[in-house]
Design a protein around this ligand. Sequence first.
Ligand code: GLC
Ligand code: GLC
Length: 825
Amino acid sequence: MKFGYFDDDAREYVITRPDTPYPWINYLGSENFYGLFSNTSGGYCFYRDARMLRLTRYRYNNAPTDSGGRYFYICEGGDVWTPSWMPMKSALDRYECRHGMGYSRISSAKNGLAFAQISFVPLKDNCEIHKITLTNESTADKDVDIFSFVEFCLWNAFDDMTNFQRNYSIGEVEVEGSCIYHKTEYRERRSHYAIWAVNVPIAGFDTDRETFLGLYNGFDCPKTVFAKKANNSAASGWAPIGSHHIRTHLAPGESKTFVFTLGYCENPDNQKWERAPQPSEANNALGVINKAPAKALMEKYSTAEAVDRALDELNRYWSALLGRFSVEAEDKRMARMASVWNQYQCMVTFNMSRSASYFESGIGRGMGFRDSNQDLLGFVHLVPERARSRILDIAATQFPDGSAYHQYQPLTKRGNNDVGSGFNDDPLWLICGAAAYIRETGDYSILDEKVPFDNDEKLAESLFIHLKRSFDYTLTHTGPHGLPLIGRADWNDCLNLNCFSKTPGESFQTTANFESGIAESVLIAAIFAFVGPDYAEICRRTGRAEEAERAGKAVAAMVETVNRHGWDGNWFLRAYDAYGKKIGGRECEDGQIFIESNGFAVMAGIGLEDGRAQKALDSVKERLDTPYGIVLQQPAYKEYHPELGEISSYPPGYKENAGIFCHNNPWITIAETRLGRGTRAFETYKKINPAYREDDNLLRRLEPYVYAQMVAGRDAPRFGEAKNSWLTGTAAWAFVSISQYILGIRPVFDGLLIDPCVPSSMKNFSVTRHFRNAVYRITVDNTAGAEKGVKSVTLDGQALERSADGFVLPALGDGKTHEVITLMG
Ligand code: GLC
Ligand code: GLC
């Protein structure tokens, strides 16, 4: 069953009924200010950090779901309704939500009154704009009362949800004109406040939740709205909210537009007050805040025209971004995902890391060292400069020995001590991210940037030294078989072979009660074999010939070790546990075969020459493949094994315990292209791609336009159901798999390699690719029906010579557009 459709020309997903199988959300904002926005106007917004500077309150895990948002209540002709359907679940005569690039529109109608809302964050400002238009579509005059509603979060979202003994006494607001100012803690250490404003005079307002709703009422039944009269309540402690009451009249056919601004404003410390609080005054005279920044913001968006201009700018921004890579092909689902939605999701994951979604509360994880490095892979072609500074930020949380903080806080950019380090794959992802940046841009100067270790300027060294330490960390932390030690976990956060937790509630990753020095990871070895050659190549190209040679030898030795101790006969092993026992081997009762080591080993080219790579992928297909994607391992662990850690703590079929963990499915896709099996590669690509499951939404449940982290595996009662959409490494890897390996347009150090690996049925496609300040319009002719192999390439009509790497388009850097014709066969 479908709940909407893709409007490809508009780059929008159009949701045609509000009761989607789960809230289907969008992200507003591109750099500092962000909002999460569901198809029923639910969600919240924050400035830079979803935990520390949250403007509005949202109730995670609530019943009903999706509680909290920017709500508008309409009273007209004796009826009260919410045009975004929630929170009243109003029976609407019409409803549609369009999620676009950085904006969403909701339009609906009831009783001849039409409602249109467009919500977005303007490019350079720290606010959400909600432009509301009401149109009288009937033949009679209409008197309409509108009530707006947002609930303020007292900034620190964790504290806001836990520390009620304090919070019920600290809320403060001011109201002036049509603007409600939320200024909790401004009297002490904050120099910022939030505003909720509208560009017309109001009939009244409320700022106290209990007064507005009634203590025992929900958002679906606000007492004040039903009374059709605001109380002008002043919050003092408890729960500050913002509600405007607007009275308006609409003649038949008439439209009226209102612009609401929900924004973040900051003052210099010495200009906080218009009138500072007077110590001699009684408790209510708390001083008057300096409203200058708020007034400037409101002035900027005081007309519908100004809002429309800002929206145009946003649209132009996205057109330019997405113009950097786009595909035309017969397969519309692939083309729209690769050209639009997948890249959009990559931008969101780059911005959010794993902080705020409908599955991540915004108070838990900050930025992940490994996650952010992988997110770069799908983002670096969009805004290389931002990728560059991200790499430097990440590197600054590395320790001098090459290990790294597993997570860091976006606001302070400092490593997170609660989680600490010891995830032994982390260092290698820095090489992976930096190499992707250099291949995209050709900018080797990043290697000379001085970057602190452990955020300590005194320990600063060049980025190159950071990469070297990453490389050496892996080499110097090996176990009895010469394979890299796993530490607290590798990519699989739940393979905790040194943690042995038997106490409920204890964190699996940080329970460092066991230091075996024995548990090893074949995956880390394979990652080393995959990124090591890039490191060696970077050395070679920067005049470090000796280091290049050393690195090349180290990689060859690691591959040898994998061959000797990481091969199980029909597939690659996954790990050795702290007792030296195999994980992911045929003799294991459960967990005989894992996806990760097989994908990465073949990606790294291990076993290509002697048929083992093919054997490994055939085993993966035979044992792990399902109609909805490839599960992480089989058989699922049926009981809890303390010596394996969190992986066996999940019920069979969910998450790392044999769920379809979408993140590593593209590794198999890419691996299949290394074998030249284009049909198989494309099959695995399609299985996790949400656009192909649009008709299957009752089962899949999550947004058909973004990837999810996990789809329940075949051992789970809810096989096929997706969870954790948006913030997942799946986005970057899926984009890499389709753009670089299937369509085969891959940045390499010398230029842009053209090396497609497609199903034989894909007869032609074309890609427009911006690369190092030139545009390449690449058409691929596969009337031959090949799966892999390029016969010839012409660049602006001239035959291109095949190099040792294949057909590599030179980086022309002339700002011009170049025509490239590729013949497969
Ligand atoms: C989550 C984590 C990621 C990890 C993966 C597998 O996606 O964010 O870092 O690699 O789970 O455990
Ligand atoms: C990753 C895994 C998840 C695990 C978490 C622990 O997100 O996907 O299963 O619970 O890491 O930090």
